[in-house]
Each structure stands twice: as C-alpha cells, then as structure tokens.
Unconditional design. Sequence first.
Length: 193
Amino acid sequence: MTSFKEINFGLNQFCGPAVLSALTGKSTDECAAVIGAISGRQEIRAVNIEHLISALERLRFNVEPVKTYFGSLFGSLITLSKADGIYIVLVPRHVVAVEIREKRIFLIDNHTKTAIDASSSARLIQRVERVYKVTARSEPKLLYSEVQVEKRYKTIYLKAIDRYVDERDNVEVNLGYVLARSEDELAKIKERL
C-alpha cells in the first residue's frame, strides 16, 4: 500500500524526526540525533529545513525542490498526484511526508503516526511553503578498503579508508598515531611492527 514505516517514537515527538522515522524506520530519537549532529543542538524541536535536508542526505536520500503553483496542501497534492513519488511538504511550523502511489495519496506526520489517506487529513487547507521530492539511494557498494600510513616529523598517523562507488559514502577512520621522541626511536618502533 505505502512504503512509509509506522513512526517509531522515542522521547522525541516532534514532526521533523517523525517524518525521518517514517522514511527510514529508525526511532525518532535516532533521527533527532542525526539532525542534532548537523545543527549542533541537543534538543530538536523546530527544525530548520536546511538541517532536515542534510539529515535526509546523511540517511541516504536524494532531495530536490519541487515547484508547486497552488498555495494550499490540497492544491499541491492535486499537482503532485500526476507522478508517483515521495515528498516532504512544509506547511507553517510543521512538516509532513506525502507518498503518491498509483494516483492514491498518503500522508504521515507525528500526529497521524501511521500513513493515512490524504483525503482524511485536516491539513488540506493549510498553506504550503515548500515541497521537496525525496528518493532513496541504493545501498553503498564497497570498492575497496585501505590503510594509510603517513609520517610527519616524529609521528606516524594511521587511517583506515573504505572507498565506495558513490564518493559520498566513503568512510575515513583515524586508527591512531605513534609518537616517538626521536627519529631513532621511531625507526625502532617500525622494526617491531
């Protein structure tokens, strides 16, 4: 019927993390943590749209703005209903997720908790501020892993890197460093390794 997951509520009950939960199946607390890592805030209530878009991208979604010509949610949904897809819709002080599938329109937010037929939503007369199309990216494909060893003066830095087909998925992990008091001591450490 719909690809939305039931919102997995943790302590955070707000709309931004709830919409992310509906898209990913993660708890609202996990989704709030992603937003917090971007915004630098610990408590996530009202979400800046740029932070929400960045969180979606971190959670493996492509996000693109959609131009709509109708001011109300109802008018925007009529326009969007021509093509299947998943959308994030901003209405004043709130965000909802919308899925169009085979001319049926589903809506989910922190108030509905599960996807509902949009025709039964009380939000249809609300003004739409922005609409974004959201598309899930495929799972990352690992090309190779490598360990980099870099020597700077009397220190050796170790880093593990996983390289993926999509460079946005690359992961670098600092494994640590070895610090020596002299070049001679550094040479002895390298011999033992």
